[in-house]
Design a protein around this ligand. Structure first.
Ligand SMILES: Cc1cc2nc3c(=O)[nH]c(=O)nc-3n(C[C@H](O)[C@H](O)[C@H](O)COP(=O)(O)OP(=O)(O)OC[C@H]3O[C@@H](n4cnc5c(N)ncnc54)[C@H](O)[C@@H]3O)c2cc1C
Length: 312
């Protein structure tokens, strides 16, 4: 039996060999995943994880890939999607229980229509509940941490824990899920009753503001850099005259300095070379070292090393 037949025999759901990751990221960059799996249920997800462990394969979980940079050479290992296993949500009064694979945007719209406030803080953030928890997604209006009561997490050894908000160690665009391997299966969120028409007006205003200020017409991954303390990465990139510069088909958006857009055939190599150039220029002019907000599928330490010594 091949390794993959072994996976089929223990896991129900979709499995694909050599699945192009380019179609699973909003920046539209990335090579093939050795194995891409969409387990049918939580039990199947655990079986897939156990299979990865048995066959000594590294694994990663992805959401909508809206904050993800994937290598051109692809990923030798298992890439997991929760879009089937953790796709349910339900409301109990003003408590929302949502699976890690649930898409955020319809949830934000639905809760606002029901007059429940809390998720408008992440209005306009593409992605899944799991991705938003891992990233502690947010805006100046607030962040996921503000509404989380607990998160149920599948650990690499197959155990399931429930981490409270404090145990999630949320910080600016970070959480314990970035320090330790674990899969956010679902979470309970505490919302507040509010006026539905006020909430909906707020969502409309903020969507219009995003359209005005962000290059939503081109593939991108949101903010590339974390804001340094007391400043904005986009402001620094623009002040360093990096707006509009290009490497291959990767371009610092002329509309927003903290966005890199894919003009057509950008590669991860182009994006990394461009990031390295921008970071060096900002550091040279202002003495501020930018750090990536975008997640590199092979880990942030590896990305930092690539930014210091870009290939080619
Ligand atoms: C146009 C645009 C605008 C954006 N605006 C904002 C904004 O205003 N604020 C903001 O915070 N972000 C913003 N983002 C970035 C992005 O949408 C968020 O970081 C989002 O939360 C990522 O969710 P995702 O499901 O796409 O995760 P992915 O990009 O797929 O993954 C991101 C990270 O989360 C991990 N992850 C995903 N799911 C799970 C899970 N279930 N369990 C454990 N780890 C998991 C992945 O392994 C990866 O490390 C924007 C992106 C775009 C394209």
């Amino acid at each position: 039996m091949t390794d993959l037949e072994g996976l089929h025999s223990v896991m129900r759901g979709v499995t694909r060999l050599g699945e192009p990751l380019v179609s699973h990221t909003t920046l539209r960059v990335g090579g093939p995943a050795e194995v891409y799996a969409v387990p049918a249920s939580e039990a199947d997800l655990r079986a897939a994880l156990a299979w990865a462990h048995r066959t000594a394969r590294p694994w990663r979980v992805i959401g909508l890939g809206s904050n993800l940079l994937c290598p051109d050479a692809g990923y030798m290992g298992l890439v997991l999607s929760l879009e089937q296993a953790c796709a349910a949500w339900r409301l109990d009064g003003n408590r929302l229980w949502a699976g890690g694979g649930v898409h955020l945007a319809p949830l934000v719209a639905r809760t606002a229509r029901l007059g429940l406030s809390g998720l408008e803080a992440v209005a306009g953030v593409p992605g899944t509940v799991g991705g938003a928890l891992a990233m502690n997604a947010g805006t100046p209006k607030g962040e996921m941490a503000d509404v989380v009561r607990w998160v149920r997490v599948l650990l690499p050894d197959g155990r399931i824990c429930r981490w409270s908000r404090a145990e999630m160690r949320f910080g600016y665009r970070t959480s314990r899920l970035q320090e330790e391997d674990g899969i956010a299966l679902d979470a309970e969120l505490q919302l507040r009753h509010a006026d539905a028409s006020d909430l909906l007006r707020d969502l409309r205003d903020r969507a219009a503001q995003r359209r005005r200020t962000q290059p939503l017409e081109l593939p991108n991954a949101g903010s590339i850099w974390r804001n340094p303390p007391g400043d904005y990465a986009g402001r620094l990139v623009e002040a360093a005259a990096c707006r509009g510069i290009r490497r291959g088909d990767a371009q610092v958006s002329p509309k927003h300095g903290n966005f890199i857009v894919n003009l057509g055939r950008a590669t991860a190599g182009d994006v990394i070379a461009l990031m390295a150039e921008v970071r060096a220029e900002v550091e040279r002019r202002f003495g501020v070292r930018l750090h990536a907000e975008i997640r590199w599928l092979l880990g942030q330490e590896a990305l930092e090393a690539l930014l210091d010594h870009p290939p080619g």
